[in-house]
Design a protein around this ligand. Structure first.
Ligand SMILES: NC(=O)c1ccc[n+]([C@@H]2O[C@H](COP(=O)([O-])OP(=O)(O)OC[C@H]3O[C@@H](n4cnc5c(N)ncnc54)[C@H](OP(=O)(O)O)[C@@H]3O)[C@@H](O)[C@H]2O)c1
Length: 473
């Protein structure tokens, strides 16, 4: 048996440290040998939870299956790891020290005899691995990442259409993933409102945030589906602080009623995620006289965000996350197309116009609310395989199937914007794969000051029940 023994002290509570470590997939964040990690079972984290880690060794990678065998929150965690080459028993003991937590980490390895003999003769590599692992854990728990900035090669890629588009695929996600800083921010009990959580990206986002312990209000339009979702999230995460709120978000009357209801409940909102959306191939006018894409994709998040502003302002660090789309890169703002008043309706154009306008609204509110400490950012998920894509864009889905992201990959930046401490340090940006991105890939899509002003006039001028004012030009 060979033992690694490392210790450190971090400025986090023992409870927060144990919560972070109990989800052992976090090892991908802090252990330099772990290149990938996944949870193998469902349900609240605790003794019996299982994880698979892919670890890099000098001669290739190896899968190690871990079981959390003992878990005392704030005090101790034990894990048993098994691979085809070695087994390992990890014992992590925590105790309060000053304002922080002292971590004592022992890993006892059983290797085949020849390998153990070799490692005993050359201990330096083995012990260096232990030191690097502990240093990685201490850095992750410091939670002191710098504010996100765009990397030089990303800025270069966004100057050209094809490299920029390549980042929309699952390969773009993997590229981004290799650069991510660890995320250990504790969001237990932070109140997050998510629209469109019954499917696709919204559901993946709700699952990740429920698992991390956030208090969720899920805005859905179908009560039975909403109830089933809440039960499923609670069973998977053990998180009981998950509520439903009902609204058809393509009807502004229902959006306004939702705001009144949430304001009356009075719970401050730490994060609002405007995710609900759809691409409508056929033009439909809602019962309120508004073209559906415009209503659901722009007026709805705009009014919901303004309506919840009093609750966002009550948070110590309110955040708004608007889900836009790479489709907006094809469009220059055009109010006629945006509001469904052009001669011919095209669903993809209407969708992309609304997302382009939502990006501009994001920038505007970010400026307006900077002094209040509410940050407003947008993200786009790249191309992700979701029920929405399957129903609205079946041909696109068929052609791009090998490169589409899965829903978790598409939702990752949404989750990160809601969770990461450093994501609260920037406002008015567009993100893909946790990195600020250009809002234009083509010069011709850049709007002018007048067009921006006209959009804001249109949004500010909306009054319930009046439909859409016809545009003079
Ligand atoms: N998937 C992608 O590749 C991709 C790319 C770019 C942008 N996006 C954006 O990502 C967001 C999520 O899309 P997704 O791909 O996850 O689509 P999805 O699987 O169809 O999910 C859309 C969600 O929005 C909800 N929703 C739609 N209309 C609504 C309404 N009138 N009232 C209330 N809720 C409504 C849906 O509720 P129901 O379950 O009740 O229908 C569902 O929960 C959208 O804003 C979309 O534009 C997606």
């Amino acid at each position: 048996m060979l033992e690694l023994h490392e210790q450190c002290t971090v400025t986090r509570s023992p409870d927060a440290v144990s919560h972070y470590l109990a989800d052992f997939t976090s090892a991908a964040d802090w252990d330099p040998t772990t290149v990938a990690a996944e949870r193998l079972d469902d349900g609240p984290l605790g003794a019996g939870s299982r994880f698979a880690l892919t670890c890099k060794l000098p001669l290739g990678s190896i899968r190690v299956d871990y079981t959390l065998t003992h878990f005392e929150p704030g005090r101790c965690l034990c894990l048993q790891g098994q691979s085809s080459l070695f087994s390992v028993d990890d014992e992590i003991t925590l105790r309060a020290e000053g304002e922080g937590c002292h971590i004592d980490y022992r890993a006892r390895f059983q290797f085949p005899a020849p390998m153990e003999r070799y490692l005993r003769r050359h201990p330096a590599r083995f012990t260096a691995m232990g030191r690097r692992t502990m240093a990685g854990l201490a850095t992750a728990l410091q939670d002191a990442n710098p504010p996100p900035t765009a990397q030089a090669d990303t800025v270069r890629a966004d100057r050209w259409l094809l490299p920029g588009l390549a980042h929309f695929t699952r390969y773009g996600y993997r590229r981004g993933q290799q650069r991510w800083a660890p995320c250990s921010t504790d969001i237990r009990g932070r109140h997050m409102v998510i629209t469109g959580a019954t499917s696709g990206l919204g559901e993946a986002c709700a699952r990740a945030l429920a698992q991390a312990g956030a208090a969720l209000t899920l805005v859905v339009r179908d009560r039975p589906r909403g109830k089933a979702l809440v039960e499923s999230l609670q069973a998977a995460s053990g998180n009981s602080d998950i509520q439903l709120a009902l609204a058809d978000l393509s009807l502004l009357g229902e959006v306004d009623a939702l705001c009144e209801q949430l304001v009356a409940r009075g719970r401050p909102v730490d994060v609002l995620i405007n995710n609900a959306g759809a691409l409508f191939n056929d033009k439909t006018i809602t019962t309120e006289g508004i073209e559906q894409s415009y209503a659901l994709l722009l007026l709805s998040p705009w009014r919901l965000t303004l309506g919840l502003q009093p609750l966002l302002a009550q948070s110590d660090a309110g955040r708004v996350i608007n889900v836009v789309s790479g489709g907006m890169y094809t469009q220059r703002l055009n109010l006629r197309q945006l509001t469904g008043q052009s001669a011919r309706y095209n669903g993809s154009v209407a969708y992309a116009q609304a997302k382009r306008a939502l990006m501009l609204a994001t920038r505007h509110l970010a400026e307006q609310w900077r002094e209040q400490g509410i940050v407003v950012n947008a993200m786009h998920p790249g191309w992700a395989d979701t029920p929405g894509v399957a129903s609205a864009l079946p041909t696109f889905r068929r052609l791009t199937a090998p490169v589409l992201r899965n829903a978790q990959q598409g939702a990752d930046t949404m989750v990160w914007l809601a969770r990461a401490r450093e994501a609260g340090e920037v406002s008015g940006e567009l993100f893909l794969d946790r990195e600020p991105r250009s809002t234009h890939l083509l010069e011709r899509t850049r709007e002018g000051e007048q067009e921006r002003a006209a959009l804001l006039q249109l949004l500010d001028g909306y009054r319930p029940g009046q439909g859409i004012p016809s545009l003079s030009n």
